[in-house]
Design a protein around this ligand. Structure first.
Ligand code: DX5
Ligand code: ZN
Length: 218
């Protein structure tokens, strides 16, 4: 399978959001990665439903929503209605993760689980077969532009082993501090999808940065 790039809209220019969305539409990017933060689960607030609605009006690619909010069950149907194709919740924010995953699927979306840097892969052993995607956080969630945590490589390997051992078909996504410096190694250890915020949007030519990143990993 081709390896995927998902630009994180958190790093876009919000005063020129439509321009940046069209840039992604016309680029080699595969997905839109959308970070929803509530100021409780993480110390930052990003944007909410009206902004996602505006994004999904223009976005022509898969919408991958990363919820960094407490008690995400409250909003599963809302995000389905807003056009999310993939809905990822945090392991650390879900008391009844299995139920949450089933509810996401029942609402017609693919289901993902994100793990904070301190959360071991082993907690997914009994649910991996139900997951379409696991997002390994390679920074502490809450902000763009942070440095990549090196321990991520080991976790990707462990997750890849767990997926193969279980016969699951879960995609491995990496989120935080991704650049052309770590992309190759992440793919080598088993990653399928690379989220990139600052590296793409803060570069001089975001479309060619996406093109180069895609070329490096495929
Ligand atoms: C962090 C978010 C990331 C963020 C990545 O909490 O989940 O998606 O936008 O940004 P960069 O690529 O700048 O680290
Ligand atoms: Zn994210």
């Amino acid at each position: 399978m081709k390896k995927l790039v998902a630009p994180s809209v958190l790093a876009a220019d919000f005063a020129n959001l439509q321009r940046d969305i069209e840039m992604v539409n016309n680029s080699d990017a595969d997905w839109f990665h959308i970070d929803i933060m509530d100021g409780v689960f993480v110390p930052n607030i990003s944007f909410g439903m009206p902004v996602l609605k505006a994004i999904s009006t223009h976005a022509k690619k898969t919408i991958d929503v990363h919820l960094m909010i407490v008690d995400p069950d409250r909003y599963i149907q809302t995000f389905a209605d807003l056009g999310a194709d993939i809905l990822t919740v945090h392991y650390e924010a879900c008391t009844h993760l299995h139920r949450t995953i089933q509810a996401i699927k029942a609402a017609g979306m693919k289901a993902g689980v994100a793990l904070n840097p301190h959360t071991p892969i082993a907690v997914l052993e009994d649910i991996i077969k139900d997951l379409d995607l696991v997002c390994i956080m390679s920074v502490n969630p809450g902000f763009g532009g942070q440095s990549f945590i090196e321990n991520t490589y080991k976790k990707v390997q462990q997750l890849k082993n767990l997926i193969e051992f279980s016969g699951a078909s879960t995609l491995i996504e990496i989120d935080g501090g991704v650049t052309d410096q770590n992309a190759n190694k992440l793919i080598e250890v088993g990653a399928d999808v690379l989220v990139a915020g600052s590296f793409v949007f803060k570069s001089e030519n975001p479309a060619s940065t996406i093109e180069n990143l895609k070329a490096i990993i495929n």
